[in-house]
Design a protein around this ligand. Structure first.
Ligand SMILES: *[C@@H]1O[C@H](CO)[C@@H](O)[C@H](O)[C@H]1NC(C)=O
Ligand SMILES: *[C@@H]1O[C@H](CO)[C@@H](O)[C@H](O)[C@H]1NC(C)=O
Ligand SMILES: *[C@@H]1O[C@H](CO)[C@@H](O)[C@H](O)[C@H]1NC(C)=O
Ligand SMILES: *[C@@H]1O[C@H](CO)[C@@H](O)[C@H](O)[C@H]1NC(C)=O
Length: 471
C-alpha cells in the first residue's frame, strides 16, 4: 500500500489522464546532504521528505561498487525492489507522461555481487492499482552506513510505479510465492540489530528530512511516554501480516469547544508510511465531515475531500486526537494545520479539478483534507497525514507498535538501543510537553475530560516554560 499514484506534479498532471491526478502539496527541494552515517547499533537513515511527490525516500547504496538509489520507505509492504535502466517505464517517455519519470535506477550489470535468483518471478501490486514485475536477485545493500549482505530484491522489467520501494513490513506479507527473508530479517540475522524493530519519525510537513532508526529509540523525538499496543492478526491467514492496530477513539479537541467523539466502535487501522493520506470508514468520516463542513468526493475518479481553508485560522487550536487500544492507550494528536492543505486552487484554475456547484463554502477558499472515506472494503489506513504527528516504533519481533506524540522539528538526538531479547519496547519517556502546545499534546484530552488548568490562557500569554509532567 503506497501513496495514491494520482499525486503527480502539476506539470505532469496537466498532461496525464484525469483519473490519475490530484494535488501534490508544495514544491520543495531536498536540502539535506548525504544520510547521516552512524556505525554500530542502532543505526539510522535519514528520510528525504519529497514534497514534490508526496512521499518519503531513503537513500541506499546497492551492489558493488555501491550505486546510490532513492527508495520509497513503506511500512505497508515487504518487498524491496528497484527500477533498472531496462524497465519499460524508464525507456518510454509515453509511459513516463502517465506514471512519472523514473526516480533512480540500478544497473545490475555494473555490480560484481549481483546474483539472479533462479525460478522466482517478481510481481507486486499495491492497493492503489500500481505495481511492478520482473525477476528476483540478491545483492548487498548499504543502509545508513551499514552493510546488509545477500538481500533478496525485485528488479522490475515492467513498472507503473516511478520509484522502487524499501518495504519494511512483515516477511510473511511478501509478494513472492516462495517466502524469503526480508531486509529486516537480514539485518537481524547478520547481527546488525538486536531486534526486528525500527522507529519512524517523519517530522513536520515542512521539514526536508525525517529518520528511520533501526533497533533503537530516540527520546528527543517525542513527547511524553511511549505506549505500546499489540498488532492484530489478519483474519484471512490467522497471523499478523500488517501493522494493524485497534483505533478506539477519534475526537476533535480545541481550546474553545467541547471534545467530540467520532468512533462508535473500534476500527482496525493499518499504519502505512507508503500511503500519503488517511482512510477511515464512512461511519467515522460521515459525522466528522459534517462537523467540519467538508465535501466528500472520496469515491470520485480524483478522490478528494474539500474543506474550507478558513478552518486553519478559525480555530487554530483544533486537533484530531487518535487513541489506540485501552482507555489508557497511546494518544496522538494531529493539528488542523497538518491536515488541511492549500493545494487545490492551481488544479481548479488548470481545469483538472472541477469544484461541485454546491460546495458549502466560498470557492476561492477551497482546500483539501487529509482524511478520506475508505473505499470498497475493510482496509483502513493511517498514512502520512497521521504519521507525521506520531513517533512510531514498529516491533516485528513481538508484534507490537509503540506510539507517542512527535516532537516535530527536533534537531537533538538521544538514541537508546532496544536490548537483545527484549519482549517489550522499553517504556521510555521522551521530552516534556511544552505548555504552549499543551492543549494539543495533553495526554488526557483524547478523552472527554477537560484540561486541568487553563491552557488556553497560558497559550495567549505566550508562555514557553516546559513542565515535566502534565496530568
Ligand atoms: C523528488 O521528486 C522529484 C519529482 O518527482 C524527483 O525529480 C526527485 O528525484 C525526487 N527526489 C528523491 C530524493 O527521490
Ligand atoms: C560494505 O561492504 C563493502 C564491500 O564488501 C566494503 O567495501 C565496505 O567497506 C563495507 N562498508 C561498511 C560500512 O562496512
Ligand atoms: C486487522 O484487524 C482486524 C480486526 O482484528 C482483522 O479483522 C483484519 O483481518 C486485520 N487486517 C489485516 C490486513 O491484517
Ligand atoms: C517546523 O518548522 C517549520 C519551518 O521550517 C514550521 O513551518 C513549522 O510550523 C514547524 N513545526 C512545528 C510543529 O513547530
Amino acid at each position: 500500500m503506497r501513496l495514491p499514484r494520482w499525486l503527480l506534479p502539476l506539470a505532469l498532471a496537466a498532461t496525464a489522464s484525469a483519473s490519475h491526478v490530484v494535488p501534490f502539496r508544495i514544491h520543495k527541494q531536498r536540502t539535506s546532504g548525504l544520510p547521516l552515517r552512524r556505525r554500530g547499533v542502532p543505526f539510522d537513515e535519514d528520510l528525504a521528505n519529497n514534497l514534490t511527490s508526496g512521499a518519503y525516500f531513503a537513500q541506499v547504496e546497492l551492489g558493488t561498487p555501491g550505486q546510490t538509489l532513492s527508495l520509497h520507505v513503506d511500512t505497508g509492504s515487504t518487498d524491496v525492489w528497484v527500477l533498472s535502466p531496462q524497465t519499460n517505464l524508464c525507456r518510454s517517455s509515453a509511459l513516463q507522461s502517465v506514471h512519472g519519470n523514473c526516480v533512480s535506477t540500478f544497473d545490475s550489470s555494473a555490480s560484481s555481487t549481483f546474483r539472479e535468483v533462479e525460478d522466482a518471478d517478481f510481481e507486486i501490486r499495491y492497493l492503489d492499482g500500481s505495481g511492478a514485475e520482473g525477476i528476483y536477485f540478491t545483492d548487498n545493500v548499504n543502509v545508513g552506513g551499514l552493510n546488509v549482505t545477500g538481500v533478496q530484491m525485485g528488479l522490475a522489467r515492467k513498472s507503473t510505479s516511478s520509484w522502487g520501494m524499501l518495504g519494511v513490513g512483515y516477511a510473511k506479507n511478501s509478494a513472492a510465492r516462495k517466502p524469503y527473508p526480508s531486509i529486516m530479517d537480514n539485518m537481524f540475522d547478520q547481527g546488525l540489530i538486536n531486534i526486528k524493530a525500527y522507529s519512524l519519525y517523519l517530522n513536520d510537513l515542512e521539514a526536508s528530512t525525517g529518520t528511520i532508526l533501526f533497533g533503537g529509540i530516540d527520546t528527543e523525538k517525542f513527547y511524553g511516554e511511549l505506549k505500546t499496543v499489540k498488532t492484530l492478526p489478519n483474519d484471512n491467514v490467522g497471523h499478523v501480516t500488517h501493522f494493524n492496530v485497534s483505533l478506539t477513539s477519534l475526537t476533535t479537541v480545541s481550546a474553545t469547544t467541547e471534545p467530540e467523539e467520532f468512533l462508535i466502535s473500534p476500527v482496525p487501522v493499518i499504519l502505512d508510511s507508503g500511503t500519503t493520506l488517511t482512510y477511515l470508514p464512512r461511519t467515522v468520516t460521515g459525522p466528522l465531515f459534517d462537523k467540519i463542513n467538508a465535501y466528500d468526493r472520496s469515491s470520485a475518479t480524483i478522490p478528494i475531500v474539500f474543506v474550507d481553508c478558513a478552518l486553519r485560522t478559525s480555530d487554530p487550536s483544533l486537533v484530531f486526537a487518535y487513541r489506540f487500544g485501552s482507555d489508557d492507550g497511546p494518544v496522538v494528536k494531529v493539528s488542523i494545520s497538518d491536515i488541511v492543505f492549500d493545494d487545490v486552487k492551481a488544479y481548479v484554475s488548470a481545469g483538472i479539478i472541477t469544484l461541485p456547484s454546491n460546495l458549502p463554502f466560498p470557492r476561492d477558499r477551497v482546500c483539501s483534507f487529509g482524511i478520506l472515506t475508505s473505499q470498497g472494503g475493510e482496509v483502513h489506513l493511517l498514512g502520512d497525514t497521521f504519521l507525521r504527528s506520531a513517533y512510531v516504533v514498529y516491533d516485528l519481533t513481538n508484534d507490537q507498535i509503540s506510539l507517542a506524540q512527535s516532537n516535530m522539528n527536533s534537531t537533538k538526538e538521544n538514541i537508546i538501543e532496544i536490548p537483545k531479547g527484549a519482549t517489550a519496547i522499553p517504556s521510555v519517556t521522551g521530552q516534556a510537553v511544552p505548555i504552549s502546545t499543551l492543549e494539543s499534546q495533553h495526554p488526557n484530552s483524547g478523552t472527554r475530560s477537560r484540561p486541568s488548568f487553563p491552557t488556553a490562557l497560558l497559550t495567549c500569554l505566550g508562555v514557553s516554560v516546559f513542565v515535566a509532567t502534565v496530568q
